[in-house]
Write a protein that binds this ligand. Structure first.
Ligand code: BG6
Length: 506
């Protein structure tokens, strides 16, 4: 793998949760693998004034806690390249300070003008920072590329996303804007493409003739932690569905791209999004369910309800659980329902996509055991990354009793090393100018446009309840009604709270 060209990385929100948990460990992992340039520097910014040494100490602690690298000993060399700048990102004047710091480091370490700005900040700064950077000429590429990475959610709804996009594009060129959706950086998400398009056996079945329905779940056992202020404005629909889950749908449902380059893949994803059947406002009550966790006990320990969390209104209607049923109107998927759900404080952390195949056309073997049923292909995104196929086998003995068995592949069997973190891959790609795994503006807009009726109805229609669900359960019971077919339920990867955190195959 090639080393990126020398450059400086500026992280706005350099002391925040995301920077400490994900961005710094990812940069350090690249450093350990010798995948950062020979000459580079990282500037973390924050509102407080700190000196470099104190900041390095904070990052050292974060690496000890969150980095998967064994070689933590070598972190000093990495930390030496780290600097801190105390600025208020909404103060236009402060950017001259940043400009000076960049010049100083470029001279000192002989680094070119190439700069990567990472906006690890609340969404209300997504417009402010790029504008201020541009006002100070920090987007000008005459002395080397300039790129800006913007976290999700990109906008708050369709109109605000269009507006944000127009503003950004008025001072940054599209090739400079990297909209991050870290799910696209996950190995197992990319592996969906390989599973589908490097094997001859799946693609012929991957359509409405053989697939009964598709189910995607992303459940988390954690609550909202310290992110109440952000989450109150986002909710599960904006935080997880608009980006991560719809992109998973994109990978599962897309047509084979003409090649593996950035535009071909992104074109196919957009086509899926543009084929989502528009949900009518009056249908929202039936095809979208929202919920909010309430206080309960998990493994004997009291757990707060969402409304008791820090920075959350005691009357909050923000959803911590969301589930949707929808269709993709194209030749491949016409009539196949897609069910997706996500939630906080569910029994376990698991993300998986399940392709439920149709029954055999002729039920030859009527003596089926309780655990028999149509074939399923389960793509486990995390944890215990892998692929599982369920299929029927004869139970040894008299007659023809059929039971479902598992053919289970664990991704860990493939790689001797640990599986790289999503942020590692995405940062590396952005440094090398590869935007394949970043979201393009048309996809972002199409995703918002699709969700617009749900957002509006949830905002304005008082008849649509926010169902409470006890922390540690699988969400509101009402969600079962989304699947209105007898004998079909959601798949519960883990039913038992005692198995919290452990993926158990039932
Ligand atoms: C983030 C959301 O984008 O994804 C979080 O803002 C969520 O609320 C997280 O917890 C989940 O990511 P992962 O990689 O742990 O599934």
């Amino acid at each position: 793998m090639k080393k990126p060209e020398d450059h400086i990385i500026v992280i706005f929100g350099g002391r925040g949760d995301l920077a400490m948990r994900k961005i710094m460990p990812a940069l350090y992992a690249l450093f350990v693998q010798d995948l950062l340039p020979d000459r580079f520097a990282i500037i973390g910014t924050g509102r407080n004034q700190l000196d470099d040494e104190v900041y390095r100490g904070e990052v050292r602690q974060a690496l000890l806690k969150f980095s998967g690298e064994k070689k933590k000993i070598g972190s000093e060399k990495f930390l030496e390249r780290l600097f801190y700048l105390g600025i208020d990102p909404s103060d236009t004047g402060a950017y001259s300070k940043l400009s000076r710091k960049l010049e100083e480091l470029r001279k000192e370490a002989e680094i070119s003008g190439r700069t990567l700005f990472y906006l690890s900040v609340p969404p209300d700064l997504y417009e402010v920072i790029p504008l201020n950077l541009a006002l100070h000429g920090l987007n000008v590429e005459s002395d080397g590329w300039k790129k800006v990475i913007i976290e999700k959610p990109f906008g708050h709804d369709y109109d605000s996303a269009v507006e944000l996009n127009e503003k950004l594009q008025s001072f940054w060129k599209e090739h400079q804007i990297y909209r991050i959706d870290h799910y696209l950086g996950k190995e197992t998400v990319q592996n969906i493409l390989v599973t589908r398009f490097s094997n001859g056996i799946f693609e012929p079945l991957w359509n409405r003739n053989y697939v009964h329905h598709v189910e995607i779940t992303s459940s988390e056992s954690l609550g909202i932690e310290k992110r109440g202020a952000y989450y109150e404005k986002a909710g599960a629909l904006r935080d997880m569905i608009q980006n991560h889950l719809l992109h998973l749908v994109g990978f599962i449902a897309m047509e084979p791209p003409s090649s593996i380059d950035s535009n071909s893949i992104r074109n196919e994803i957009v086509k899926v999004f543009q084929s989502f059947r528009q949900i009518k406002p009056e249908e929202v009550i039936k095809c979208a369910i929202r919920g909010q966790y309430t206080s309960s006990h998990i493994k004997g320990e009291a757990v707060k309800g969402y409304r008791e969390e820090e920075n959350v209104s005691p009357e909050s209607k923000t959803e911590t659980f969301a589930a949707l049923k929808f269709y993709i109107d194209n030749w491949r998927w016409g009539g196949v329902p897609f069910y997706i759900r996500t939630g906080k404080r569910l029994p376990t952390r698991v993300t998986e996509a399940v392709i439920h195949f149709k029954e055999t056309p002729h039920p030859l073997f009527s003596q089926k055991s309780a655990d028999s049923g149509p074939n399923q292909l389960i793509i486990r995104i995390q944890p215990d990354e892998g692929i599982l196929i369920k299929f029927g086998m004869k139970i040894p003995g008299a007659g023809f009793n059929v039971k479902n068995v598992n053919m289970d592949f664990h991704y860990s069997d493939l790689a001797a090393e640990r599986i790289p973190e999503a942020y590692e891959r995405l940062l590396y790609d952005s440094m090398n100018g590869d935007s394949t795994l970043y979201t393009r503006s048309d996809a972002v807009m199409a995703a918002w446009r699709f969700l617009e009726p749900v957002i509006r109805e949830w905002e304005n229609n008082r008849e649509i309840p926010v169902y409470g669900y006890p922390a540690g359960s699988w969400g509101p019971e009402k969600v079962d009604e989304l699947i209105d077919e007898p004998d079909i339920t959601w798949r519960y990867p883990c039913k038992n709270l005692a198995d919290d955190g452990i993926y158990c195959e039932l």
